[in-house]
Design a binder for this molecule. Structure first.
Ligand code: ASP
Length: 273
């Protein structure tokens, strides 16, 4: 028997101070929903939390996400199960209602790890994933245009059987080039899970996470005996030192408490164990 735990974050992006309390409240709602699913397993808990955050307009995922350079919302999501290191990523989505659902469907299908753009939408339709009018992602065009930098939502869970899972979803970086894909749908970059060692996910400049392979590095550090706290602190220090990049991470080992760290002004997060 393992001790269940869940950690959820709402992004380390630069947001106005006036929104901080509301964003924290959105993350608290998400962890409540995730935690009520923990008896169904780590994957159910992590996905439920992220799926909820895709509907929180103040968080940069799903509804209310930032806009690309053409003024369009393009979404990325990823999921990973630590048991067999199965993973699914979905990128550059314009018409998938819940990107995290598509990432799960890709993982379950198992033929590929990452699908993008039109092919990803076709796969979603063929597998019964809910589609939508791209217009529904835009709730307040002015605010979404003015969002600065980047942001992401994510959750990492451990269930009573010691299984680990991670789920991530994002609108990416405001004003990004159309077609740009960040770290959030890429295992080893924006997220990683391995039941033998731990599970992690990140938020921040995706290009830096990809170039460093940061999520995989973090899990290797746990394999070598570092605990979640040391790995989280080390990752944000490394992000800054190696890439001059800002961001945050959440980390959960195969045992022990979850940890969060960020080198930005704020990152709303919540923990249950
Ligand atoms: N990592 C995300 C991306 O680059 C954005 C973020 O988390 O801030 O797409």
């Amino acid at each position: 028997m393992a001790r269940p735990a869940l950690i959820v974050h709402g992004g380390a992006g630069p947001v106005p101070e006036t929104e901080r309390a509301e964003r924290q409240a959105a993350v608290e709602r998400a962890i409540d929903i995730g935690w009520t699913n923990i008896a169904d397993g780590a994957l159910a808990a992590a996905v439920a939390a992220v799926r909820h955050m895709e509907d929180e307009p103040l968080l940069n995922a799903g509804i209310g996400a930032c806009l690309n350079g053409d003024g369009v919302v393009e979404l990325d999501a990823g999921v990973m199960l630590g048991a067999e290191r199965r993973a699914g990523g979905a990128a550059c989505l314009r018409d998938v209602r819940h990107p995290i659902d598509l990432a799960v469907a890709i993982m379950r299908d198992g033929r590929h790890v990452l699908l993008a753009a039109d092919g990803a939408s076709r796969f979603a339709r063929e597998h019964g994933v809910e589609m939508c009018d791209p217009a529904i992602f835009i709730t307040d065009r002015k605010r979404q245009e003015l969002m600065r930098g980047a942001d992401t939502v994510g959750a990492v869970a451990r269930d009573a059987d010691g299984r680990l899972a991670v789920a991530v979803s994002t609108g990416g970086i405001n004003g990004k080039l159309p077609g740009r894909i960040g770290d959030s749908p890429i295992p080893g970059a924006g997220f990683y899970a391995d039941d033998r060692h731990g599970a992690v996910c990140g938020t921040g400049l995706g290009e830096a996470f990809i170039r460093l392979g940061l999520a995989r590095v973090m899990v290797v550090e746990m394999e070598h005996g570092m605990d979640a706290r040391a790995v989280a602190d080390g990752a944000v220090a490394y992000l800054d030192r190696a890439m001059r990049a800002s961001g945050g991470v959440i980390v959960l080992g195969r045992e022990g408490s979850p940890a969060a760290a960020f080198n930005t002004a704020a990152m709303p997060f919540a923990v249950r164990e």
